[in-house]
Write a protein that binds this ligand. Structure first.
Ligand SMILES: Cc1ncc(COP(=O)(O)O)c(C=O)c1O
Length: 376
């Protein structure tokens, strides 16, 4: 071996061509007083949960691999949903659930249908699995409408026949919720799996979940997480409800022992204490509505109605994200994702955090930060 080949052997090989210019995904994790950028719940899990988890952790055999199929956890989830355990699957956060779906059904020569603005991981998951992504733009107020189904969705289905469609409901980042009739129509419009990502469903009105449609729509998958209303983002636990065939297919791509024993136990204990975990929902919804109301009164801010624990707002000031950060308030800058400068998503926090956000926002808009503010 000579010349170039020798040189190559001194270096790490080049990353896959389609990853060469990719910037790693992730919202900034900054140590600031008010963090409202990743849609967690600000309240810690109930103390009784931590005590019970600590009590039961000692009985885990951590020298052994965990239950590869997470049977007890899936039984508990299945009982909650009134489904057979064969129709339930769990993984490390719903991101991993979605990744496994893409690994099983996507891939070279296959395509997915996604919506914009939508959850920013969907294009990433398509790229990672070498699945062609086709994007449909939602309406200006972030909604899926019948005309998009008849027009853009129909065209993509006719040309590419996507094997999987991903829709967050409520949608992230717009907060919009679609009803059962629209989900039926979307399922009808596509030939592949329809994955309804219900990461924020617990914040929406009861009855909004697509769970009742599972027996009616044969290609429907419902994805959920413990990271948002369940206040356990640090645990990394997500799950799906699906036809049993989907769960069988996922078994072929999941890593053995992918879900650790502590996470499995955490999920089981959390389900036993579900009411305590979710008792903040009304307060969170009230706070969301209070913040939305205040935002709507501000000159230069447009805010979208939201069924989730966050709000999407458009500001005439394009530098708002930086000015808020200077005041110790971290929100999510979605200007480039949405294609409109001054687009921010703010998570609903505690009343004190929300007040801090509103105070910082008013101060910036009133010019009390000593800057005149660049206009869009
Ligand atoms: C729509 C949506 N789906 C899925 C996720 C992933 O959540 P996790 O992997 O924590 O379950 C998020 C997180 O922000 C989200 O907004």
């Amino acid at each position: 071996m000579t010349g170039e080949a020798d040189l190559r052997r001194d270096r790490v090989p080049a990353v896959r061509g389609d990853l060469a210019d990719v910037v790693p995904y992730g919202a900034p994790q900054l140590d600031v007083p008010v963090r409202l950028n990743t849609n967690e719940t600000a309240l810690p899990p109930p103390e009784a949960f931590l005590a019970e988890l600590a009590r039961r952790i000692g009985s885990l055999e951590l020298n052994r691999y965990p239950d590869r199929d997470a049977v007890e956890l899936r039984r508990a989830l299945a009982a909650r949903e009134g489904l057979a355990p064969e129709r339930v699957w769990a993984a490390n956060g719903s991101n991993e659930v979605l990744l496994q779906l893409m690994q099983a059904y996507g891939g070279p020569g296959r395509s997915a249908l996604i919506f914009r603005p939508g959850y920013s991981m969907y294009p990433e998951l398509c790229r990672t699995t070498a699945t062609q992504a086709h994007t449909v733009a939602l309406s200006d107020d972030g909604r899926l409408t019948s005309s998009q189904l008849g027009d853009a969705v129909a065209r993509i289905v006719a040309e590419h026949d996507p094997v999987i469609t991903l829709l967050a409901n409520p949608n992230n980042p717009t907060g919009a919720l679609v009803d059962h009739d629209m989900l039926r129509a979307l399922h009808d419009a596509v030939n592949g799996l329809l994955v309804v990502d219900e990461a924020y469903i617990e914040f929406a009105a009861p009855g909004a979940t697509a769970r009742p449609l599972l027996d009616e729509l044969p290609r429907l998958v419902v994805s959920r997480t413990f990271s948002k209303a369940f206040r356990l983002a640090g645990l990394r636990l997500g799950y799906l409800l699906a036809p049993s065939q989907v769960v069988e297919d996922l078994l072929t791509v999941r890593l053995p022992y992918h879900l650790d024993a502590i996470t499995q136990l955490g999920g089981i204990v959390a389900l036993e204490q579900e009411a305590a975990f979710l008792d903040h929902r009304q307060e969170t919804a009230d706070e969301r509505d209070r913040v939305a109301h205040r935002l709507a009164q501000l000159d230069g801010i447009d805010v979208l109605p939201s069924a989730a624990n966050f709000l999407l707002l458009h500001a005439r000031r394009a530098d708002l994200f930086d000015r808020l950060l200077e005041r110790g308030v971290l929100v999510r800058d979605l200007s480039s994702a949405v294609g409109r400068p001054g687009t921010l998503r703010v998570t609903v926090g505690t009343p004190a955090e929300n007040d801090a956000f509103l105070a910082a926002l008013s101060a910036v808009l009133d010019g009390r930060d000593g800057r005149d503010g660049r206009q869009e």
